[in-house]
Write a protein that binds this ligand. Structure first.
Ligand code: IMP
Ligand code: MG
Length: 179
C-alpha cells in the first residue's frame, strides 16, 4: 500500500501549501511586468508546478521539457538527454525553470546551458527541494522551497522508480522498499 511504504513525513500537505503560496508571491512580484515563460521539467515538476502557477498572479506562458538523467535507482547516471524540447522560440524571453529537486545539479546545469544558447533575456531556477551538499555541477537555484533532508524523498511529484508521485505530502521511504 502507498502510505504504508513511508517511514517519515518531512513536509505535510498543509506546510507545502503555505510554502508554495509564499514562493508564488515572490515570483508574482519579481516577474510582474516581464511576461515570463515558465518551463517545467517533467515529470517531477507536475504537482509542484500546478500548485505554484495558481499562486502566480501575472501574465505568463507555460511550457514543458522532458529530460532524462536517472535510471530506475536512486543515484544519477550522469547522462542527460532531451526527450521533449520547448515548442516556442525563447530569444529575448525571461525564463523560469521549474524543478522538483536540485540534487547533483548535472541535469539543470546542462539544461540551463542548453537554453542559454537560444539567447533568452534571463534564466532563473525555481526548485521545490534543494540538496546543496550533494552538488557536483556548479549551479545554484534562485528560488528554493526547502533544503532537503538527508534522505531520498518521494511524493508531491517526486518518485522512486516512477512510484509515489501521487502522495500529497513529502516523505522518506522505509529501507525495505529499496531492497
Ligand atoms: P540531478 O541532476 O542530480 O540534480 O538530478 C535531479 C533529479 O534527480 C530530479 O529531477 C529527480 O528526478 C531526481 N532526484 C534526486 N534526488 C531525489 C530524491 O531524493 N527523490 C526523488 N528524486 C530525486
Ligand atoms: Mg525529475
Amino acid at each position: 500500500m502507498l502510505h504504508n511504504d513511508i517511514q517519515k513525513i518531512y513536509f505535510t500537505e498543509e506546510q507545502i501549501r503555505e510554502r508554495v503560496a509564499e514562493m508564488g508571491k515572490v515570483l508574482t512580484e519579481e516577474y510582474a511586468d516581464k511576461h515570463p515563460l515558465m518551463v517545467g521539467v517533467l515529470k517531477g515538476c507536475f504537482v509542484f508546478m500546478a500548485d505554484l502557477m495558481r499562486e502566480v498572479n501575472i501574465l505568463c506562458d507555460i511550457d514543458f521539457m522532458i529530460v532524462s538523467s536517472y535510471g530506475s535507482g536512486t543515484t544519477t547516471t550522469g547522462a542527460v538527454k532531451i526527450l521533449k524540447d520547448l515548442n516556442q522560440d525563447i530569444e529575448g524571453r525571461h525564463i523560469v525553470i521549474i524543478e522538483d529537486i536540485l540534487d547533483s545539479g548535472v541535469t539543470l546545469s546542462y539544461l540551463k546551458q542548453y537554453l542559454s544558447m537560444r539567447k533568452p533575456a534571463s534564466i532563473k531556477i525555481c526548485t521545490l527541494m534543494d540538496k546543496p551538499t550533494r552538488r557536483k555541477a556548479d549551479i545554484k537555484a534562485d528560488y528554493v522551497g526547502y533544503i532537503c533532508p538527508d534522505d531520498f524523498i518521494v511524493g508531491y511529484g517526486l518518485d522512486y522508480d516512477e512510484k509515489y508521485r501521487n502522495l500529497p505530502y513529502i516523505g522518506g521511504l522505509k529501507p525495505e522498499v529499496y531492497s
